[in-house]
Design a protein around this ligand. Structure first.
Ligand SMILES: [Fe+2]
Ligand SMILES: [Fe+2]
Length: 196
């Protein structure tokens, strides 16, 4: 079954911030946002996109100079064609993947809009802090703890305005408060980061 296959496939990359758990959170958040709107989504397409939207940033799929979403779209057709995933739904998976990045502002289909917001929300709040700290020493965003803190502060300003739907904006506001509380508390405990 494609669901089990994709789950194991993504899990094999063992990435702390873009791995299986990120996929599961984004999938469940997209469904939650749809439920709050009283809307129905193509859950198969959202799940396949959740597993594969960041594949272009992982392992051997990564290609320098190519945006990770573009790269994911390049490879997703072959990955899904090797499973029993319904082929007629592959174009929707590609639309969702292309719409998920910070720069994208998808207006349709609804799957792409809600997926975009779900992915952005995973950079905000306690979970956003946790993911960025998990990257210390592994990514340009977090060369060391102080560098990660700079990214956390920057994302707390950049990410909430990128949210497209009122439902996600409301969650984003609560998560922004979590981030600000963390940053304030850490500054207090480290003499304004001097001793971090
Ligand atoms: Fe991504
Ligand atoms: Fe993502």
């Amino acid at each position: 079954m494609w669901k089990e296959h994709l789950r194991e496939f993504v899990d094999s990359f063992k990435h702390p911030a873009w791995g299986l758990s990120h996929s599961v959170r984004v999938y469940e958040m997209a469904l939650h946002l749809a439920q709050e709107q009283g809307a129905a989504l193509d859950e198969d397409a959202v799940l396949a996109a959740a597993y594969l939207h960041d594949i272009g940033a992982l392992g051997a799929y990564r290609q320098p100079g190519i945006d990770h979403a573009q790269r994911s779209v390049q490879v997703v057709g072959d990955i899904l064609a090797a499973t029993d995933y319904p082929p007629e739904k592959i174009p929707l998976v590609k639309d969702i993947i292309l719409g998920h990045t910070f720069q994208a502002r998808p207006t349709s289909p609804l799957e792409a809009v809600l997926f975009h917001d779900a992915d952005i929300l995973d950079f905000i709040g306690y979970i956003g802090v946790t993911r960025l700290l998990s990257l210390v020493g592994k990514h340009d965003w977090a060369p060391d703890p102080a560098g990660a803190l700079g990214t956390i502060r920057r994302f707390s300003q950049q990410m909430p305005p990128l949210l497209l739907t009122p439902q996600a904006q409301s969650i984003g506001q609560s998560r922004l408060a979590e981030m600000e509380s963390y940053l304030g508390g850490l500054a207090t405990e480290t003499d304004n980061l001097r001793t971090l």
